[in-house]
Design a binder for this molecule. Structure first.
Ligand SMILES: C[S@@+](CC[C@H](N)C(=O)[O-])C[C@H]1O[C@@H](n2cnc3c(N)ncnc32)[C@H](O)[C@@H]1O
Length: 269
């Protein structure tokens, strides 16, 4: 796979920048601030943050457990100039050990839903933030992310991908390997933050229209393939998902499919 099963291609779609940029705008960063980009991946959000805090004392600390994602981010951001970007390999569960200074803001974009121990991670984020610092996250994996009019597409996509795998390769996903991940509702996220030392400052749901190409691109992302087709080799999973997305779009006569992103900005109390 040319992009090594990373999020890079998907992250270059304009709607993806839109939902991340909107969260950055709602947070109101200032030049010179110290910001953590948690779960920074290939650096799409890191770039937006660097643009905001850019000056001689501004710094973005990009933290991600994946060495290969950090490598891509480092390459993408090396010519940014005028701002310090530090890359740290590690996970949210250990944030306070990885980042010692109190920072002004922590961002956790498109990744908070991946964490099982959300309360522990919120404690780590609190410990890393200065008093009244901001915690901002967005996610499109919460209960309500898939509008009713998109559900036929998702069902058809998965059915067509599985039929392709079975007919062309004689394999099926291994349901015993599926990781049970509970999707929280918007209200549950809000309550979770409120009960763990944060005060909600802003929240928004942004609906974007996703074109076929974006579904083909997310079909090449390892975490997505492993999540929806557990146990299937990445190469075959990507092929099946791309095929399934194309068939579902064609059969349903779609030009795009809508998806909701939840955006939340909170202050450390
Ligand atoms: C969908 S990507 C999002 C990347 C980037 N934040 C963005 O919005 O484009 C999710 C990222 O979360 C990272 N991740 C997964 N589990 C994590 C954890 N426990 N702590 C921190 N990051 C994690 C993955 O390695 C991956 O790079």
């Amino acid at each position: 796979m040319p992009n090594g099963f990373s999020l890079e291609k998907f992250a270059s779609h304009p709607f993806y920048e839109e939902v991340n940029r909107r969260l950055v705008t709602l947070t109101h960063l200032r030049p010179g601030e110290q910001v953590v980009d948690l779960g920074s991946g290939t650096g799409a959000v890191t770039r937006l943050l660097a643009e905001q805090v850019r000056n001689e004392s501004g710094q973005v600390i990009a933290v991600d457990p994946s060495d290969s994602a950090i490598e891509v981010a480092r390459r993408n951001l090396e010519n940014l100039g005028d701002v310090v970007i530090r890359f740290v390999q590690g996970s949210a569960e250990r944030l306070s050990q990885l980042v010692k200074l109190p920072v002004d803001a922590v961002f956790f974009c498109n990744a908070f839903h991946l964490v099982h121990e959300k309360e522990q991670v919120l404690r780590e984020i609190r410990e890393t933030l200065r008093k009244e610092g901001t915690f901002s996250f967005n996610t499109s994996f919460y209960q309500g992310a898939e509008p009713p009019e998109s559900q036929r597409f998702y069902k058809r996509w998965m059915l067509r991908a599985m039929r392709f795998l079975r007919d062309e390769h004689g394999i099926s996903p291994d349901r015993t390997k599926v990781e049970a991940r509970i999707r929280l509702t918007e209200e549950e996220y809000v309550t979770l933050l409120s009960q763990n030392g944060f005060q909600i400052r802003d929240r928004e749901v942004v609906t974007v229209q996703m074109p076929l190409k974006s579904f083909e691109d997310i079909s090449e992302y390892s975490l997505w393939i492993e999540g929806v087709l557990p146990g299937v080799p990445l190469e075959l999973g990507a092929e099946a998902l791309k095929h399934g997305a194309r068939e579902a779009f064609e059969e349903l006569g779609l030009e795009s499919s809508p998806r909701n992103w939840l955006l939340v900005v909170a202050n450390r109390v």
